[in-house]
Write a protein that binds this ligand. Structure first.
Ligand code: IPM
Ligand code: MN
Length: 362
């Protein structure tokens, strides 16, 4: 097959990890006889530096006309220091997700048995974990109305205030919950919907809607849970979860928490899909600016995101399986980047890890 893949090298360590994923995809193309044409585009801090815009129109255009998009990460502390900065790298990513309509973000949490002891959580708690988050990605509090205003302070003097709004329409909830149920049918047939319906009105609509959708899937077990309890159970009984569907912010927070089950943020890939293709694939972690150019970060989350791109945007299941098997093999062979290093094993850098995976593609 011939496919056009847009790569978004982004900020910080991101160009380094995207390069390793491309290396692995090239090896797949060679072995399976595909032609992947790559086109690079700007997003995030680098896009602000070059064009003043975290999401240039040209980037959106390229992504929308591609077969799949692979992103590293965006964000840089130089933009964090001015909290009232008008343009921020993260706006580029949120804008792209919205422009591509990729409302369902699949974040699988898989524990490789070789990393059982890399986690800070006791092995007996996490050994049976195999769960999939479906995070709503183009709505909720990250996209609701926000702003600043002056209000009356405690002594009657005006003080500065800020607000963000959590807003969900019923169709937005329905479509993402449906994705969760469809995926659960191919897994252990259990969906847990997570929100804060004991306090928030938008969560009550979320729960009501999830219950309605659940009726269409009598073969799938359904459970609704408050987010605070879910956060606790994720580290107490994580094996009880199969598919967790949740809103944008809860999904953002819970997946960073869940990455500790897998041993490192550097192990968790993600894929954002919508009603139409292409999808947007990126590791769940950030741009780790302090490690930039040091060849120390773990490229596996991005390599596994490339596998998801092949699976979900190009329908190349065997090729995606081959990448996942190669990652498994590298870990079995005892190679580790610094974040997952254990005594007695071989520590390798970002580029070496990419080479080792590419060599093992069968
Ligand atoms: C993620 C990231 C992003 C998000 C940031 C960089 C905007 O944390 O993909 O989880 O909050 O969605
Ligand atoms: Mn996040």
């Amino acid at each position: 097959m011939k496919a056009k893949i847009v790569t978004l090298p982004g900020d910080g360590i991101s160009p380094e990890i995207v390069a390793e994923a491309v290396k692995v995809m090239n090896r797949v193309a060679e072995i399976y006889g595909h032609t992947f044409d790559y086109e690079e585009a700007l997003i995030g801090g680098v896009a602000i530096d070059e064009t003043g815009n975290p999401l240039p129109d040209e980037t959106v255009e390229k992504c929308l006309t591609s077969d799949g998009v692979l992103l590293g990460a965006v964000g840089h502390p130089k933009f964090d220091n001015d909290p009232r900065a008008k343009v921020r790298p993260e706006q580029g990513l949120l804008g792209l997700r919205k422009a591509m309509g990729v409302f369902a973000n699949l974040r699988p949490v898989k524990l490789y048995p070789q990393l059982l002891f890399a986690s800070t959580i006791k092995p007996e708690v996490i050994e049976k974990v195999d769960l999939l988050f479906v995070r709503e990605l183009t709505g909720g509090i990250y996209f609701g109305e926000h702003g600043r205003k002056m209000v009356d302070g405690p002594d009657g003097q005006p003080v500065e205030a800020a607000y963000d709004t959590m807003f969900y329409s019923k169709p937005e909830i329905e479509r993402v919950v449906r994705v969760a149920f469809e995926l659960a049918r191919k897994r252990r047939k259990k969906v847990t919907s997570v929100e804060k319906a004991n306090v928030l009105e938008s969560s009550r609509l979320w729960r009501e809607t999830a219950l309605e959708v659940a009726e269409e899937y009598p073969d799938v077990e359904f459970d609704a849970m408050f987010v605070d309890i879910a956060a606790m159970r994720l580290v107490r009984y994580p094996e009880v979860f199969d598919v967790i569907v949740t809103g944008n912010m809860c999904g953002d927070i819970l997946t960073d928490e869940a990455s500790m089950i897998a041993g490192s943020m550097g192990m968790l890939p993600s894929g954002a899909i919508g009603a139409t293709r292409p999808g947007l694939f990126e590791p769940i972690h950030g741009s780790a600016p302090k490690y930039t150019g040091m060849n120390v970060v773990n490229p596996l989350a991005t390599i596994l995101s490339a596998a998801m791109l092949l699976r979900y945007s190009l329908d190349l299941d065997a090729e995606a399986d081959a990448i996942e098997a190669a990652v498994q093999k590298v870990l079995e062979d005892g190679f580790r980047t610094r974040d997952i290093m254990e005594e007695g094993l071989a520590q390798v850098g970002t580029r070496e890890m990419g080479d080792l995976v590419a060599e093992r593609i069968a």
